[in-house]
Design a protein around this ligand. Structure first.
Ligand SMILES: Nc1ncnc2c1ncn2[C@@H]1O[C@H](COP(=O)(O)OP(=O)(O)OP(=O)(O)O)[C@@H](O)[C@H]1O
Length: 255
């Protein structure tokens, strides 16, 4: 679980995060949504410990980040997996090499232990024949699976994903969303996803927080987002005609 308590972050005069408080539960897929420039990436980077908030605290399973020693922060960092926008794989390494990288860097496991773990996670993301291929030789959807395998290879307690669907066709995007959602539940991970994808919001948004100009404008579940009267949320989420119609149908069905 991650608890966020009144965090503020500025860059010079630009007050980007303005007192955000929320909670992300474990085993749940938590989404951050909001317009471009609303502070989603800065918020995600604060959760990852890449930016230190100017004010406020973040608690990871009850441990206050700012009170941890350097060694404790390093240990916490190893409990975090990250799926970067665009996958961010190492082009010169095979699929297997990419997934093994965190184990090489942060563990003293034997080669056969590492190999077993890599085989296990690649199987879990449904990639069984790609071990020896290079990122350039596989599709965008497969690259995303490799990125997910790499993010979970260290058995993380926290998984952060920045736009995991960007650049994918709608069908592959749904498969990737479902994979992240299943893994979150299966391994009881606290997952936080920064997304623009409204389909993800509807399908896997067990908890959604909507940022507007650095404030938390709204939070709730994918079921509640259908019903909310918050105009900023409805203008943003239902900006497309298709989603407007879906919402209308939902409301009519309920009446
Ligand atoms: N390292 C930085 N230094 C200075 N300003 C920054 C830095 N990172 C982000 N900002 C500023 O913080 C604000 C919010 O940016 P952020 O990237 O969090 O938006 P976002 O909601 O993720 O947008 P998008 O959806 O387009 O990725 C912007 O005004 C941006 O210029």
């Amino acid at each position: 679980m991650i608890e966020v308590e009144n965090i503020h972050k500025s860059f010079g005069d630009n007050h980007v995060l303005k007192g955000i408080s929320t909670r992300f539960d474990k085993g749940k897929t938590n989404l951050i949504i909001g317009q471009s420039g609303s502070g989603k990436t800065v918020f995600l980077k604060c959760l990852l410990g890449l930016f230190e908030p100017d004010e406020g605290n973040i608690y990871y399973n009850g441990q206050c980040y700012s009170e941890l020693s350097i060694k404790e922060k390093r240990n916490l960092r190893q409990e975090m997996g990250m799926v970067f926008q665009g996958s961010a794989l190492f082009d010169s390494m095979t699929v297997e090499g990419n997934v093994m990288f965190p184990l090489d860097m942060f563990t003293n496991q034997s080669q056969s232990e590492k190999q077993d773990r890599v085989d296990f996670v690649l199987k879990r993301v449904n990639l069984v024949d790609a071990h020896k291929r290079y990122p350039a030789e596989i599709s965008g959807g497969m690259q995303k699976r490799v990125a997910i395998a790499r993010a979970i290879v260290m058995n993380p307690k926290y998984l952060f994903c920045d736009e995991p669907n960007s650049g994918l066709d709608p069908k592959t995007a749904i498969l990737i969303d479902n994979l992240i959602h299943e893994i979150t539940q299966e391994y009881d991970i606290t997952t936080v996803i920064n997304t623009h994808d409204m389909n993800s919001v509807m399908e896997i948004g067990e908890k959604i927080i909507f940022l507007k100009n650095g404030h938390k404008e709204w939070e709730g579940t994918n079921k509640e987002i259908f019903k909310t009267d918050n105009k900023a949320v409805t203008d943003f989420v239902y900006s497309s005609e298709l989603f407007k119609k879906v919402r209308q149908m939902y409301i009519e069905e309920r009446n």
